[in-house]
Design a binder for this molecule. Structure first.
Ligand code: NAP
Length: 259
């Protein structure tokens, strides 16, 4: 999607993927300081490890504790996190009002951190986090408690809280292509009565959770808009230009369909 965007805007740049072993991280980060490198995206498992290599960090990267975008400013590396604004832009696309919303987040892994930050800074009324390993939900809620009303959700409160949710988000890997594709993160039949259902998984395009929600007449969104908008935010930080969003969507869809 980045190369399609560069082509569309006539920008002479190339985006390539690199598989980086943890022991090579120091060397790879050093190479990012070269004058012809604008920056990088960082993904699992390095999003937290790269924090220590940055010369400066955005507030979001500091608070989330993870960097997904590095900008090279004349050899000076600035670490940012575009997952949070990317997710907010995705929800805005679906006309979701976050202010005073009652939100339930399933999962407490790496992606959940950016989502918690995004939702609390957007002013949700209450954010309840449920996770297979409850201690991780509790730790996440405690860590972000200064930003708003966020709490870990015990199993026995899951049903009423999901029923009443304005927004339900899946940030677990359940539903993702591969081992967990046929699974929903929620027990059979449990969905919000009226809320919006957001699944950040983007392969497959329709997870079991989203299919169940659609059958119940609920509005849904998959993880593709979040992926595109975090990329668009990175693109702007590197180039100083607005990203050509429709072109990035189209390139990403084509790539995903050809998998
Ligand atoms: P992660 O850090 O490994 O976290 C995985 C989460 O899934 C944890 O909460 C984990 O619970 C839960 N989980 C895993 N297997 C489970 C199972 N069998 N039953 C119940 N819960 C289970 O992964 P991540 O980086 O947060 O990514 C999570 C998902 O989000 C992936 O599907 C990824 O592709 C997607 N994602 C999408 C975007 C986007 O732009 N759309 C961005 C980032 C990630 P425990 O804590 O109990 O292990």
């Amino acid at each position: 999607m980045h190369n399609a965007a560069f082509n569309a805007l006539g920008i002479d740049a190339l985006y390539t993927a690199r598989d980086v072993a943890p022991e090579d991280l120091t060397q790879v980060i050093k190479a990012l300081r070269a004058p012809d490198v604008w920056g990088a995206n960082v993904t699992v498992p390095h999003k937290r490890a790269v924090l220590a290599f940055m010369d400066d960090l955005s507030d979001a990267a500091k608070r989330i504790g993870a960097v997904n975008t590095i900008v090279n400013k004349n050899g000076y590396l600035y670490g940012d996190n575009t997952d949070a604004p990317g997710y907010l832009r995705a929800l805005a696309d679906a006309n979701i009002t976050l202010k005073d919303a009652d939100a339930v987040l399933l999962g407490a892994g790496g992606a959940a951190r950016a989502i918690v930050y995004a939702l609390l800074t957007a002013g949700v009324k209450r954010l309840s986090i449920h996770n297979r390993t409850p201690e991780k939900a509790q730790a996440l809620a405690t860590e972000f408690s200064t930003l708003g009303n966020v709490q870990a959700l015990p199993d026995e409160e899951l049903t009423p809280r999901v029923h009443g949710a304005d927004l339900l988000i899946n940030s677990t890997s359940l539903g993702m292509s591969g081992l967990h594709e046929h699974l929903s993160p929620l027990p059979a039949g449990l969905l919000p009565y009226n809320g919006f259902v957001s699944d950040i998984v983007y392969v497959p395009a329709r997870t079991k959770l989203l299919k169940d929600a659609t059958l119940q007449g609920l509005a849904t969104q998959n993880g593709l808009p979040m992926l595109i908008y975090q990329g668009a935010e990175s693109f702007t930080r590197w180039t100083g230009q607005n990203a050509p969003i429709p072109i990035m969507f189209s390139a990403a869809r084509t790539a995903l369909e050809s998998r």
